[in-house]
Design a protein around this ligand. Structure first.
Ligand SMILES: [Fe+2]
Ligand SMILES: [Fe+2]
Length: 283
């Protein structure tokens, strides 16, 4: 591996990944479980594309093209992570696990065809998207830094760079909206609301479908509490202080506060302390 971290540009494909460097000895089972779950969530992007295009249906051609491209990149994240997981565990089948996930999980706002955003406005929608991209960008950075397996390092590095660009796309889109700006409080609550949804079924159920084989379903039925704890455990274990600080800075910037000010420092310290508490409780 190169001594300095490579810079990954937009528009890569699965053929650009150095799959031949795969080293099964360096696969960590907890990370493998997390990669499988992440593959399912990423692969679910087409539904988000349909929904976002509805929210921006009269928003101009540029944003619709950007949403389409964004969705293709997210789907590719799913395929890259899935292919890696299939190499690391020959019993894993991305398509099968994904089919089960799709059958059991559809967020309410993907079902109807209402034109508006569930966040109340396009600005609200962009704040929620920025929160998600902040989360994914820091998560894959943490994964890249936590694994010793060279191919996962590369994939996580490429994905983290994409997620950061997605954040910038939605941040710029947020600031381009002609809708009136919201109060800092309103923005804050939309961000908090989206963060709280991370406790929702999506991640826990993806973890379940990805890691409990269908033949064991009857023996190990889905339990949100159990599987959200299991799915959170890996996340907590791989984060370092710097990943959390970056995450907090990105979210703080979206609500219009200074990413290098007291708020970001205070919240960063608070979140880090809470994570460490959870980590020692789970140990
Ligand atoms: Fe992604
Ligand atoms: Fe993304």
């Amino acid at each position: 591996m190169a001594a300095t971290a490579p810079i990954y540009k937009q528009g890569w494909s699965l053929d650009d990944v150095h799959w031949s460097l795969f080293d099964p000895e360096k696969v960590d089972p907890d990370l493998l479980a997390a990669v499988k779950a992440a593959a399912l969530v990423e692969a679910n992007a087409p539904d988000y594309v349909t929904y976002l295009k509805r929210v921006f249906r009269d928003g101009g051609e540029d944003i619709l093209v950007a949403i389409e491209r964004w969705g293709e990149e997210e789907s590719q994240h799913g395929r890259a992570l899935g292919r890696w997981a299939e190499m690391a565990d020959p019993n894993f089948r991305l398509q099968d696990a994904f089919a089960r996930f799709r059958k059991g999980y559809t967020p309410a706002h993907f079902k109807g065809d209402a034109a508006g955003s569930v966040r109340g406005s396009r600005r609200g929608e962009m704040i929620a998207r920025c929160v998600v991209e902040s989360g994914t960008s820091s998560y894959y950075s943490a994964m890249r830094d936590a694994t010793e397996e060279p191919v996962l390092q590369e994939i996580a590095g490429r994905i983290a760079a994409d997620e950061y660009r997605h954040y910038k796309l939605f941040y710029d889109t947020l600031n381009m909206q002609t809708e009136p700006d919201m109060s800092a409080w309103k923005k804050f609550w939309i961000a908090v609301g989206r963060i709280r949804e991370s406790d929702d079924d999506e991640l826990a159920y993806a973890y379940y479908c990805a890691n409990v084989p269908s033949e064991e379903e009857a023996l190990k039925p889905y339990n949100r509490k159990v599987y959200s704890r299991l799915s959170a455990r890996t996340g907590i274990a791989i984060y370092r202080r710097r990943h959390i600080q970056k995450l907090v800075q990105m979210v703080v910037k979206v609500i219009g506060a200074n990413p290098h000010g007291w708020l970001a420092r205070g919240v960063g310290a608070l979140v880090w302390r809470r994570l460490q508490k959870q980590a020692s409780a789970a140990a």
